[in-house]
Design a protein around this ligand. Sequence first.
Ligand code: ATP
Length: 234
Amino acid sequence: MLELSNVRAGYDEIEVLHGVDMTVGEGEIVALIGSNGAGKTTTMRTICGILSATHGTITYRGEPIQEEPSHEIVERGIVQVPENRDLFTNMTVMDNLLLGAQTADAQAKRDETLEEMLELFPRLAERKSQRAGTMSGGEQQMLTLARALMGDPDLLILDEPSIGLAPQLVQEVFDVVEEVHSQGVTVLMVEQNVQQTLRLADRGYVMENGRITMSAPGDELLEDDGIVEAYLGV
Ligand code: ATP
């Protein structure tokens, strides 16, 4: 579904990704793990067209997308849940959700998806008239995820969706990811809860200093002593 081949990207003159190769198959959950500053967020941003690849190719369903602006990538069905929440804080929860239905396809299904989201996120349903900026940090994070899902993604890209959440909400995020995946959405995720993520993921990639250093099924990575030591805090 998605293939990165020798992708290089960075900020101004500083190259952060030094030739990244990665694939995500239709229907998979793929995890990208690695230490702070390894380039995970940069990889996500490059896929979504927020940053330009300076070298290499990114193909989605067989077509090159590395030159496309981010709104065209969204049109293709690739929706990112950003690490920073990026909500319209003065608008209500409901209006933020409705704004997530960006493409014509998502607009056509808007009411149906909205109903699903209010069921999937009961807290948002309770608070749909509240201004987004007055919601708690955890609630805003849930809203960010729900708004992305309003975009009716085929490929959902999650950057640290559970960062800073209380354990119960972390579980809720993982449950939502599992639920949308079971409905046919492909998932690429970066997550600090490495153990929980690798249990959920079909495959994982390990990134170090802007390069992929390892790739294996999630359960194999969980059994790898080096990975356990480096990323699972054991
Ligand atoms: P973390 O787990 O800490 O979020 P990460 O693997 O997602 O880390 P990135 O955020 O991709 O890492 O950052 C990779 C490198 O790029 C870091 O050295 C970082 O300082 C640098 N970087 C990130 N954003 C910018 C920016 N806007 N301008 C300049 N350098 C940046």
